[in-house]
Unconditional design. Structure first.
Length: 245
């Protein structure tokens, strides 16, 4: 009986420590969106490239400003509403094609736009996503990708033709290491015969919902505490046995 109680106590303590060490953090591109921070080390960064290559090497947008009539975001020139750009409408009202509260990611002429997430430590990541066309006025639509750093690590992809229905889904939990990236890429190339002669980026405003549910691996100190907890319970049990006999 005592051994059963001891086991139960050990089990409870184990769960208590493990739970403390592995609480999940949900990173949400839209709710976390920053108009002040966009660096190589920020958890979310907002990027583009001079081309369509998903080679993992992307430039940080340099300018934070109003990118539509009322939507704050990032692009690379002071020229207003000049794609590529990435922003979130927090103005309190619809801003043209962008509903209040929604992101908008617009690729450029023959250029991708990239929302990048950086793993803060070793752990596991699970992803929920949605891609939606915000402007059905014309153009070729887009192709979206979720990859683990570059085109060699595709996690999901889809062709969202102009005016197409939202595309959403989940990616089950997988291991990541500190410094790994998960990239959400909007490519202006849409429905064939695009690109002729270059990818058509007209009407390519895209609603991107991207959440990463991150669970860090237990830190060494937490594991040590767990072992100390198990050790002290089993020691207590052994002492009580000694007294009894
Ligand atoms: Ca590049
Ligand atoms: Ca469109
Ligand atoms: Ca397009």
């Amino acid at each position: 009986m005592q051994s059963l109680i001891s086991s139960a106590i050990v089990l409870c303590m184990s769960f208590a420590f493990v739970e403390t060490a592995t609480a999940a953090t949900i990173y949400d591109f839209e709710t976390d969106f920053s108009t002040t921070t966009n660096t190589a080390t920020s958890t979310w960064s907002y990027r583009t490239a001079a081309d369509l290559l998903r080679d993992g090497s992307y430039d940080l947008f340099a300018v934070s400003q109003v990118i539509l009539s009322a939507t704050d975001g990032w692009n690379e020139t002071i020229a207003n509403a000049h794609p590529p750009y990435i922003g979130v409408n927090t103005s309190g009202a619809a801003d043209g094609v962008v509903p209040d509260g929604d992101s908008t990611v617009h690729p450029g002429h023959n250029r991708i736009a990239v929302v990048s997430w950086l793993a803060p430590s070793d752990g596991t990541a699970a992803i929920d996503y949605l891609f939606g066309d915000q402007n059905a006025g014309g153009g070729s639509g887009i192709t979206w990708y979720i990859d683990d750093g570059d085109s060699t690590g595709n996690l999901a992809t889809g062709l969202l033709g102009n005016g197409g229905l939202d595309q959403s889904g989940s990616i089950a939990s997988f291991a990541v290491s500190a410094g790994d990236r998960i990239n959400f890429v909007i490519d202006p190339v849409g429905t064939a015969p695009d690109p002729i002669p270059a990818a058509n980026h007209a009407f390519d405003n895209t609603h991107v919902v991207a959440t990463v549910t991150f669970v860090p691996v237990p830190e060494a100190s937490s594991i040590a505490l767990l072992l100390i907890g198990v050790g002290s319970v089993s020691c207590g049990w052994r002492r009580r046995r000694t007294v009894k006999y």
